[in-house]
Design a protein around this ligand. Structure first.
Ligand code: GAP
Length: 574
């Protein structure tokens, strides 16, 4: 095993990107702090995500509490089914995820195995903690939600949200009014989610508190063509579809148009967000050669989902890491919340032209219905007017109770009505991103070490748009007024919105190395020519080449370089 992971984490801790939370009290696995540079980088990555989803796609961001009442998670199925299969070592009492143990024994996709099969798979394995052979172990379910109570002395149960998605579902009716009932529409949320992971041992990859960026896009079930599909129709990504996975074949390259037409990807919406995700991950610095899209196998996919793909990022230590999930969840979530809450969770979709339709209308015979159902009779009569007659009567639900009304208590007449549209329960397309995993991927893929003039250079090749410090400003020497010019330039850049780090400490070569290690993409050096000609040098981190620029051009040039509109090579040619 190579030591890239250890080197990346050592650098990340030492230089202020990320470290274990509350180390002074003995850190607890699954909780991390972002340090000064890591927090900055996280904000930049979130801003890029917002650029794609909020500004470009037009899905507004909402912000919901991280604590939810029990009914939300009863409806969503998390109370009953959000569990991992766990076992306990009979020798050292340590807990493990049984599917992870089975996968370490070479079983592919062990998450779909039953508890009994997992127990059999784990039995001959050695405990990673005490190295004893497990032998007979019981595999049992462990619900991953953190539970709490709401209010002092209250018995009202609450949960820390295990995903941000539920907020978009519970707000569906208000959102649909905000969007003037016009499908498709979407809402997004970036925020903390919580899962009480069983013995997380994968650093930033498996956390108990982590940040998700999720979009819930509500679409008409009969219109699954994305209105802007042409944007990505010719976009190519590596697809590791069901066939490739089952036959252990390499990923295939397809355009999104081909993948939909050949039935590999279920619809244009899924294909569109696969391509957008690819573009977004490449933009923040994930190496496209170390990224693929893996389709969920039918027995791995939730029963209600039509199609589901994971963007996987290759890590030196952890192999392929699921970083983004993109799923067509059908109407499962809205149906579940509608059933639990009583809210219809539908949208009225008007027809292009009103239609005349023949309908059977039930008219209650109040003379017999009244005495039989007394206080409920009026409500039953109203419900009957909307119900369809069956061969031996009609069923209606009033105040949560179902009543079977025999045919002799009403008459049925046929009438022609004008129908203007139909109530539709939208399907949900969900791209769900794990921000912490994205950041880990960016750190690992950016890490590099090379020998320069007999010395090791450690460099983080961050994309300029995510680098925490965007430019370093150095006076060549700390005298003859070079330092005051450098300070002025740094202040001008900061006033103009660029994070510029002024550094006059030590030899210039050392200063470059310090900035290379934190991935600062550019450095401006003020030297004696600056005083004579009013120009500075601009150094590119990756090529280590330099160009001279007039001071007056520094801000605009850096803005253009950081946004990606200009590349350093373009400046060399100019
Ligand atoms: N709403 C769908 C959902 O939550 P998920 O696959 O469970 O789907 C989405 O999570 C993403 O959240 C994952 O692809 C991953 O990047 C991230 N994620 C999930 N669990 C995580 C954990 N314990 N630590 C860090 N990131 C996690």
């Amino acid at each position: 095993m190579s030591d890239i992971y250890d080197k990346v984490i050592e650098l990340a801790k030492r230089r202020g990107f990320v470290w274990p939370s509350a180390e002074v009290y003995g850190a607890v696995a699954g909780f991390i702090d972002y340090g000064p540079l890591g927090a900055m980088m996280k904000r930049r990555i979130e801003a890029i995500w917002r650029h794609y989803y909020v500004i470009r796609e037009g899905y507004y961001e909402i912000e919901c509490p991280t604590v939810g009442t029990e009914s939300i998670y009863v409806a969503s199925g998390h109370v009953k089914g959000f569990a991992d299969k766990m076992c306990q070592c009979p020798h050292c009492n340590e807990y493990f995820r049984a599917d992870h143990l089975a996968e370490a024994c070479g079983i592919h996709n062990a998450g779909i195995l039953s508890k009994e099969d997992l127990a059999k798979a784990v039995a001959p394995a050695r405990c990673p903690a005490c190295d004893e052979v497990f032998g007979d172990v019981e595999v049992f379910d462990f619900n991953l939600m953190f539970q709490t109570t709401i209010g002092p002395g209250s018995q009202r149960r609450g949960y820390l949200r295990p995903e941000t998605a539920q907020g978009m579902f519970t707000d569906f009716s208000r959102l649909s009014r905000f969007y003037r009932m016009k499908l498709p529409f979407g809402a997004v949320q970036i925020g903390k989610s919580y899962r009480n992971e069983i013995s997380p041992r994968q650093g930033m990859i498996r956390l108990r508190e982590f940040t998700q960026a999720e979009a819930e896009i509500f679409v008409n079930p009969s219109e699954k063509n994305h209105p802007n599909f042409s944007r990505y129709a010719d976009y190519t990504v590596d697809l590791w579809g069901i066939e490739q996975e089952q036959k252990d074949l390499p990923a295939i390259k397809k355009t999104m148009r081909q993948a939909v037409d050949e039935g590999i990807i279920a619809n244009e919406y899924i294909a569109y967000y696969l391509a957008l995700t690819h573009e977004l991950l490449v933009t923040i610095g994930i190496d496209p050669a170390r990224m693929r899209f893996r389709q969920h196998l039918p027995d791995e996919r939730a029963h209600y989902a039509i199609d589901c793909w994971d963007a996987e990022v290759l890590s030196d230590r952890f192999g392929w890491v699921e970083t983004v999930g993109i799923a067509d969840r059908t109407d499962y979530d809205l149906r579940a919340h509608s059933k639990e809450s009583g809210d219809s969770m539908t949208v009225f979709v008007p027809f292009a032209e009103a239609r005349k339709e023949k309908r059977l209308r039930i008219v209650a015979d109040m003379g017999t219905l009244g005495p039989k159902y007394r206080g409920k009779a009026k409500k039953i009569a109203d419900a009957l007017a909307e119900a369809a007659p069956g061969p031996d009567g009609a069923d209606v639900v009033v105040d949560g109770e179902t009543y079977h009304i025999p045919g002799d208590l009403y008459t049925v007449s046929e009438e022609e009505v004008e129908v203007r549209g139909v109530e539709v329960r939208p399907h949900v397309i969900e791209p769900s991103y794990g921000i912490d995993r994205m950041i880990y991927g960016v750190l690992e893929h950016a890490y590099d070490e090379e020998m320069v003039e007999g010395e090791e250079r450690r460099v983080m090749h961050f994309a300029p748009c995510v680098a925490p410090v965007q430019v370093a400003v150095f006076p060549l020497v700390n005298k003859d007024g070079l330092d005051s010019v450098a300070r002025e330039i740094a202040i001008d850049l900061q006033d103009g919105g660029i994070l510029a780090d002024y550094d006059d400490n030590g030899a210039i070569g050392r200063r470059y190395r310090r900035q290379d290690e934190i991935g600062t993409p550019f450095a401006v050096t003020i030297d004696y020519e600056t005083k004579e000609k009013g120009t500075v040098t601009l150094r590119d981190r990756d090529s280590m080449e330099q160009v001279r620029l007039p001071i007056a051009d520094v801000h605009a040039t850096l803005m253009s370089l950081v946004s990606g509109r200009t590349r350093f090579a373009d400046l060399k040619q100019a």
